[in-house]
Design a protein around this ligand. Structure first.
Ligand code: HEM
Length: 513
């Protein structure tokens, strides 16, 4: 460790801390180290340096205030090979990133996101309808919901079933993408660049990258061309990619970059929202007292005879607190997405070198016992006591309610669309259902493992079993009625459906009536 760097675990020659660098669930190890070395420490990764921030004041200063220097991402050779540097999430600070970001920002404003509420509402009703019919498949129903919303919003084309071909193609491409991005899936090409030049026939990782590239391109450009053709026929339905295509010149987007913008937004929008909602269900089961309070509030404010609407949220402080608590309890991106520095910075008397990777340890901050009372408990009440859920008397002003969505110039551009989905579905799920642990053959409840999560930089619960029952017969009827009434909204997004999807739609509508 060079002099001037913040402290960190002892290093060994050449490797630095590489031999102890966690390859999965890194946020747990990073948090353990934070309790030992403090909220601002360094790790040596071979010749490179990584800084881990587990201190909200340091995050605010370095990531938000000095975001002009901390806006970069570390080099990821795999992302270069697979997406030609055009993946907005992983792109370095380049002209292409700026173009992608500007366009994403322009089409994802709060006002623009509000225009997509009708399809979000309709899809959220289908989610309740699907869970009523097949409660045991709630996990995939939630995944279908988020994938269908993002496809509808971007390309004006929905996914009535989990098995809808575009959804299946996306999940397949995404799975391959996650595999090649997994630490250890490739030799350390970013540390030892010469490895990039091994011919593909000797390097399986290169062939895997090319396979992923093809899967992504087939899907992204297929959807883009379909949107263009639909516009050519005069069948616009107000989707985001229509807007991008119309303003391509104004946004400075060519075909290549436009295709990847759509693709990365499907990626960013699908499993993040579904992981969040799956975590919420898990938390409500594991912490029945929180569920009881949420039920009590929603019964009191909404009553039994109508579904909640987004406007109701204002009158539902406990539900709002529950929504924030879910972001804290199980953040979808526990280490956010690593940033990197464009120039050296100084902080607290230490140096952060140019090109250092910066991990914002959201997990470690959200689970810090000095900030949060009993951080391992799911307890929405903490957000009724203070704005950021911190213990009364502790300074929580370096946090903010949208902290789980990232920092500085890289903050999630999908935040408004995502938060609308989260708000709507959180209210709906609590209003409609009782959630309980599954029982064994003797009727004994089977405890949930609330740490059974997927590996990866974005994470959500592994599939789990539980019992979901509609709270009243009347509520189940209201859902069926609303679902039937959403037919016209759905119809605008149901073009080019496969024969199976058409059949499914016809059947579920009859059922709805
Ligand atoms: C529960 C929902 C979501 C959560 C918690 C979430 C969280 C995050 C986080 C933590 C980051 C990294 C920010 C950083 O590097 O500082 C991020 C980036 C990003 N998110 Fe989201 N996100 C969600 C939904 C969405 C949706 C719906 C979209 C698309 C419509 C989206 C698109 C993106 C993109 C494109 C980036 C990369 C931005 C960049 O690097 O400039 N996300 N998100």
């Amino acid at each position: 460790r060079e002099p001037g760097l913040p402290p960190g675990p002892p290093t060994v020659p050449l490797l630095g801390n590489l031999h102890i660098f966690p390859t999965e669930f890194a946020h747990y190890k990073f948090t353990e180290w934070a309790r030992q070395y403090g909220g601002f420490y360094s790790l040596k990764v071979g010749p490179g340096t990584a800084i881990v921030l587990t201190d909200a004041a340091a995050v605010k200063e370095l990531m938000d205030k000095r975001s002009a220097t901390t806006v970069d991402r570390p080099p990821t050779h795999v992302a270069e090979v697979v997406a030609g540097g055009l993946n907005l999430v992983l792109a370095r600070y380049t002209e292409n990133w700026r173009t992608l970001r500007r366009t994403a920002h322009a089409i994802l404003t709060p006002q623009a996101s509000a225009r997509h509420l009708p399809i979000q509402l309709a899809e959220a009703t289908q989610l309740l309808h699907d869970i009523i019919r097949q409660p045991e498949s709630f996990y995939t129903h939630i995944r279908r919901y988020s994938s269908s919303v993002i496809m509808s919003v971007l390309y004006g084309k929905r996914a009535p079933r989990y098995e809808t071909p575009e959804t299946t193609a996306f999940f397949k491409a995404q799975h391959e993408w996650e595999l090649v991005l997994e630490p250890g899936a490739t030799p350390p090409v970013d540390l030892i660049p010469i490895l990039k030049y091994v011919p593909a026939r000797f390097a399986k990782w290169k062939r895997d990258c090319m396979k992923t590239r093809k899967l992504q391109r087939d899907l992204y450009f297929g959807l883009l061309d379909e949107t263009k053709e639909r516009m050519g026929r005069g069948e616009e339905n107000g989707s985001y990619m229509e807007e991008v295509l119309m303003k391509q010149a104004e946004f400075g987007m060519d075909r290549e970059i436009t295709g990847y913008l759509g693709g990365v937004l499907i990626e960013g929008g699908s499993d993040t929202t579904s992981s969040y909602l799956q975590s919420l269900v898990m938390a409500l089961i594991a912490f029945p007292e929180a569920q009881r309070k949420a039920h009590e509030e929603i019964d009191r404010v909404i009553g039994q005879h109508r579904m909640p609407t987004l406007d109701d949220l204002e009158d539902l402080p406990y539900i709002r607190a529950m929504i924030l608590e879910t972001h804290r309890f199980r953040p979808v991106a526990p280490l956010m997405i690593p940033h990197a520095t464009l120039a050296a910075e100084e902080y607290n008397g230490y140096v952060i070198p140019e090109g250092a990777t910066i991990f914002v340890n959201a997990w470690g901050i959200f689970h810090d016992p000095d900030l949060f009372d009993d951080p391992e408990s799911f307890n929405p009440d903490r957000y009724l006591l203070t704005e950021n859920g911190t213990k009364p008397g502790v300074d929580g002003s370096n946090l903010r309610p949208n902290f789980a969505f990232g920092v500085g110039r890289r903050i999630c551009p999908g935040i408004h669309l995502a938060q609308n989905s989260i708000n709507l579905n959180s209210m709906n799920l609590v209003w409609a259902f009782d959630f309980a642990m599954d029982t064994d053959a003797n009727g004994k409840p089977i405890e949930l493992d609330t740490f059974a999560y997927q590996k990866g930089i974005l994470t959500g619960p592994l599939p789990f079993k539980c019992k979901i029952t509609p709270r009243t017969a009347e509520k189940a009827e209201i859902v069926e009625r609303e679902f039937a009434e959403a037919t016209d909204t759905f119809a605008k997004f149901e073009f080019g459906l496969s024969a199976e999807d058409k059949e499914f739609v016809a059947q579920s509508r009859t059922h709805g009536h």
